[in-house]
Design a protein around this ligand. Structure first.
Ligand SMILES: *Cc1c(COP(=O)(O)O)cnc(C)c1O
Length: 302
């Protein structure tokens, strides 16, 4: 795109993201090569899968339309959307889960959203689950037919298409790909973008075992059917969303020491823990190239 072009490409994402081999004895001992797919390096304010999911949605918003989206109090998606609004010059509204947060000091993640100009609306959990636009917003005229509404976690069909590019970047370079799963949008697109013979293992970071259905529904909505070779391994959520068990913490701290990679705890650490456990269990045949998708970075390291 030309320098003055509207849209997210103006932010000059570093694409394709780097693929870096790391020397980890827990893999090499079994004849397996571990690679890090550094999606966390795509953009400093919109790292990882948040770039891949937001960019196709923002192409529409860049015309100056307001973007409204949903997230929890620590949502990386809300932060990325707020940053995009600041950088590209469009208004943003965040509908945040938890009405008890209203009127209290903002946590660092929400404070960053607000500093980027995002208007925050707190709704109770039941209203949040309905994922509808709060009545107060339409009444105030802040939201109208032109408003671009992006679902929780940014996972809609445009986002799934955006994540298929991640799969295409890996053609010929890896056999098995590991990715963390929050809403499933990244996995849905990644799996569809891979070549025959490549497969994905998704590691849910939330409890409940419902994500397989969610990924399938996203693929059906986007591609009309199930797409690519993927499965989930539900053993590594460590108790649920945002839970960090002592075993996970010591694994992540050790991985940082060994490889110099800042390990984001809520998603990336669980995925790396899962892949490393599978390698230790001898689940990968010798000669397998395993690519771990580093979907984000710790907030503090930004
Ligand atoms: C949002 C997020 C995910 C989850 O992606 P989904 O498409 O919702 O499954 C994974 N890793 C990081 C770092 C994230 O911020």
């Amino acid at each position: 795109m030309s320098p003055g072009a509207p849209g997210p490409d103006r932010l000059q994402p570093a694409l394709p993201s780097p693929l870096q081999p790391v020397d980890d004895a827990r893999f090499t001992r079994h004849g397996v090569q571990l690679l890090l797919k550094r999606d966390d390096l795509i953009h400093p304010d919109l790292p990882g899968n948040k770039w891949r999911k937001l960019a196709p949605n923002l192409a529409a918003a860049a015309a100056g339309r307001t973007v409204l989206t949903f997230g929890g109090a620590y949502s990386n998606h809300l932060r990325a959307t707020a940053a995009a609004g600041r950088l590209l010059g469009f208004p943003t509204i965040g509908v945040v889960r938890g009405d008890e947060l209203a009127g209290r000091p903002l946590n660092p993640s929400l404070a960053r959203c607000a500093a980027d100009g995002m208007r925050l609306y707190f709704v109770d959990r039941r209203a949040y689950r309905a994922k509808t636009i709060p009545a107060g917003l339409t009444g105030d005229g802040l939201v109208d037919d032109e408003t671009c509404v992006i679902p929780e976690g940014g996972s809609n069909t445009a986002a799934v298409h955006g994540c298929a590019a991640l799969g295409r970047e890996l053609h010929g370079l890896a056999d098995t790909i590991g990715v963390a799963v929050g809403t499933g949008g990244t996995l849905a697109g990644l799996a569809a973008g891979l070549a025959p013979g490549q497969r994905v293992i998704g590691f849910p970071v939330v409890r409940g075992g419902f994500l397989g259905d969610d990924v399938l529904a996203l693929q059906q909505a986007t591609f009309g059917s199930r797409a690519g070779d993927w499965r989930l391994d539900d053993r590594f959520h460590c108790g649920g969303y945002a839970r960090v068990s002592p075993a996970l913490e010591s694994f992540a701290a050790d991985f940082e020491d060994q490889h110099g990679l800042p390990v984001e705890r809520l998603y990336v650490a669980k995925m790396l823990f899962g892949l490393t456990t599978l390698a230790t269990e001898g689940r990968f045949p010798p000669g397998t190239r395993v690519a771990a998708v580093v979907t984000g970075q710790p907030v503090s390291s930004r």
